[in-house]
Write a new protein. Structure first.
Lengths: 155, 263
């Protein structure tokens, strides 16, 4: 086989390989990881984070606006300290509420942000004050059973 | 007397093993040190890229397609019992990009290209072509071994990426076209679950490491083969066995490092 045909085939291999990588990157994967340069970090304290994990999405109105980067335990208040990295393009009022939600019945847990009405925006290293914990299924069932028992009780 | 012989045998085997490990390490270092020629005369490497990369394309593409199709069928079968057929895209893409793509492509590469490399080098040694090169002051490691090494390292990630892409296409054919999983959620769930750095880049790193291991083992076995017909055939077998085991063991180690902290 002469040299130019060889080069052609190897060129085809390289092009096909790079095309496959591009396909994997663009069509299969996503590069929506928020970069450190154009983002800011806020902290939210929760009584209970349920099954939330690092790298979980932060959504507002259903749109991904950031990611959970760290989950810690505050030993003075006995609360979970969740660090969120938010995209700089999205600024939120200072009285924004953060809640831990579940997508679907068995889906992943994420942090939902609900914008407030304050004119002052959240800055880097700020803390979200109003939070709502994850719904724990056992508590929910307990409340339901308690309510049922109350209904049936003689007045 | 036979006890003495058994002990002698054990000692000889141990020393042989240690000697081979030392020789393999020195051989690997020599390849790295003398690979300047492989890049200065890149046509040598291109020729090897053709033999180990391009000629492996058919087996990689066809196996990728079938593996993806099987994953699509089996994944659908299991997922539909939980009513979440749309997660088929996640299942297929993650298992292909993280594990099956690099590993199965590497196993195929070991048996398709690794064995050929060992047989070729072993036969070159048996027919004293390597010694003849040395006589002509041509360094056989720089001229013969290093181009094959770099060709393997370059072609392995390309082949693994092609394998994964073909597999995802195969599962798309089965899952979406044949069974009728919703196309939009198939792709969008896949996109939201597969991360570029965590999944795709780790797959690429894995395949580079596998390519390195396979070609190094294949070249060493060929270079170390006894210069007889049985010697070369034994070395070829050893290449396939050793490099397959090395790929699986390395995969475990790499996975343990890469995916330890992930949910």
């Amino acid at each position: 086989m002469n040299k130019t045909v060889l080069d052609l085939w190897v060129g085809l291999l390289v092009i096909a390989g790079v095309a496959a990588l591009l396909f994997l990157t663009l069509k299969v994967g996503s590069m929506n990881a928020v970069k450190t340069a154009d983002s800011y970090v806020v902290v939210a304290h929760f009584d209970n984070i349920g099954g939330l994990k690092a790298r979980a999405p932060v959504k507002s109105a259903g749109v991904v606006v950031g990611r959970v980067i760290d989950i810690g335990f505050d030993n003075t208040t006995y609360e979970a300290a969740v660090t969120l990295r938010l995209d700089k393009r999205y600024a939120f009022p200072k009285d924004t509420t953060a809640a831990i939600m579940t997508s679907g019945l068995l889906g992943e847990q994420y942090v939902g942000l609900d914008a407030g009405g304050d004119s002052v925006k959240l800055k880097d290293r700020d803390r979200i004050l109003i939070t709502q914990s994850a719904v724990v299924l056992e508590n929910l069932i307990g409340q339901f059973l308690y309510g049922k028992a109350q209904e049936g009780a003689p007045q | 007397m036979s006890v003495l012989r058994a002990i002698q045998d054990l000692g000889r085997r141990t020393i042989d093993g240690v000697w081979r490990i030392g020789f393999a390490a020195r051989f690997f270092l020599t390849i790295l040190l003398r690979s300047g020629t492989a890049f200065r005369r890149f046509d040598l490497t291109i020729r090897e890229l053709y033999f180990s990369g391009v000629l492996s394309l058919i087996i990689i593409l066809v196996s990728g397609l079938f593996v993806g199709m099987v994953l699509g069928l089996q994944g659908y079968e299991t997922l539909q019992t939980y009513g979440s057929e749309e997660a088929l895209g996640i299942l297929v893409a993650l298992s292909l990009v993280r594990e099956l793509g690099p590993v199965v492509a590497a196993l195929l590469f070991a048996s398709r290209a690794g064995s050929a490399i060992t047989a070729e080098i072993g036969l070159m040694k048996a027919t004293e072509q390597l010694s003849a090169m040395e006589m002509m002051a041509v360094d056989p490691i720089a001229r013969v071994v290093a181009p094959r090494f770099w060709a393997g390292v370059i072609s392995m990630p390309l082949l693994a990426a092609l394998f994964s892409a073909m597999g995802i296409f195969g599962s798309y054919l089965i899952g979406v076209r044949l069974i009728g999983v919703d196309e939009g959620s198939f792709w969008s769930q896949m996109q939201s679950a597969v991360d570029f750095n965590q999944d795709i880049m780790n797959g690429v790193i894995k395949s580079v490491v596998f390519g390195l291991a396979i070609t190094a083992i294949a070249l060493f076995e060929g270079y170390d083969a006894p210069p007889t017909a049985e010697g070369v055939s034994g070395a070829t077998t050893r290449t396939v066995v050793t490099s397959s085991l090395a790929v699986l063991a390395l995969d475990f180690v790499l996975t343990a490092f890469m995916f330890r902290g992930i949910s």
